[in-house]
Design a protein around this ligand. Structure first.
Ligand SMILES: C[S@@+](CC[C@H](N)C(=O)[O-])C[C@H]1O[C@@H](n2cnc3c(N)ncnc32)[C@H](O)[C@@H]1O
Length: 273
């Protein structure tokens, strides 16, 4: 498993940056007979769905918001249920303040929004009277993150749009994910940065780290010889499972975004009726 403090050698960095292309090439070889490739015309992507979130972005003319167009259907899919409620949001990466404004407009007046940035100048967006709070610090500093979580306990939504290095993304996830609300959403964006050596500073990329977590969803079945037993009996024996298995409902992989959805996960039970 990844130890976020390890610094990779230049050769390891190079290999990690090529991981996506390597995996694609391996699949291409393994499924050579399948028609898995096609030529895509060079036209920019525009989401077909015009959500309120996307509308707010398109109407913004202040040049303080930098987002990829294809992120908007993902935001709307995972965030819509929190609109017009007393939702608590933490976003790493304030920059020019545009996303703080976007979230306020999208989620409504009851939303409490906490932005994190390493740049002191972002304090100019701190407006507690409007429910917008700015915290200055490094997202790779776990003590700092704990302090923010003390001020905004159990956030419903956590967005990592900060420095985008692999170590920052992994450390922030490890520290914050277990502390978001029981049904909360953790969204890490710009994960394509993992394909760029400049952003690789751990021995595993965030994308590979997240992919490994798919296995955590299946931890229940790792010790049984028959995958259906013991979940067929009324009093199954206790099993030790990873914390992530107990608190994660689902993982979602999109182009450049990984979403973890929390939920109270019970021991699975199968039944013949
Ligand atoms: C991509 S911008 C955020 C964009 C903003 N969310 C938006 O949608 O317009 C990234 C921000 O992360 C901040 N940042 C970089 N490294 C950081 C770190 N280690 N901890 C916290 N913030 C960091 C940068 O100062 C920058 O303002």
């Amino acid at each position: 498993m990844c130890t976020p403090n390890d610094t990779p050698s230049p050769n390891v960095k190079k290999a990690l940056a090529k991981r996506i292309f390597y995996n694609i090439a391996t699949l291409r070889k393994a499924y050579a007979e399948e028609k898995l490739y096609r030529l895509v015309p060079g036209s920019p992507f525009l989401p077909s769905e015009l959500s309120d979130c996307y509308r707010i972005f398109l109407k913004n003319t202040s040049r303080d918001l930098h987002k990829w167009h294809h992120y908007f259907p993902v935001y709307h899919r995972h965030f819509e249920k929190y609109r017009n409620r007393p939702v608590k949001i933490i976003e790493v990466g304030v920059s020019r303040g545009g996303s703080l404004k976007l979230w306020k407009a999208y989620f409504g007046p009851q939303a409490e929004i906490h932005g994190i940035d390493i740049k002191e100048s972002c304090l100019r967006f701190h407006r507690p009277e409007e429910g917008i709070h700015v915290h200055i610090g490094d997202q790779a500093d776990r003590a700092f993150l704990r302090d923010v979580l003390r001020q905004c306990p159990a956030p419903d939504i956590f967005i990592d749009d900060g420095g985008h290095t692999t170590r920052q993304q992994i450390v922030t996830f490890l520290e914050c994910y277990p502390h978001i609300s029981e049904r909360g959403v953790y969204l890490c964006e710009d994960v394509h940065a993992n394909a760029c050596e400049k952003f690789i500073d751990s021995r595993m990329t965030f994308l590979e780290f997240a992919k490994n977590h798919i296995d955590f969803l299946y931890a229940w079945y790792s010790n049984s010889r028959n995958a259906f037993y013991p979940y067929l009996c009324k009093n199954p024996p206790s099993v030790e499972i990873p914390l992530l298995t107990a608190i994660t409902r689902s993982l979602h992989f999109y182009d450049s975004i990984v979403v973890f959805e929390r939920g109270k996960v019970c021991m699975p039970r199968s039944e013949i009726r």
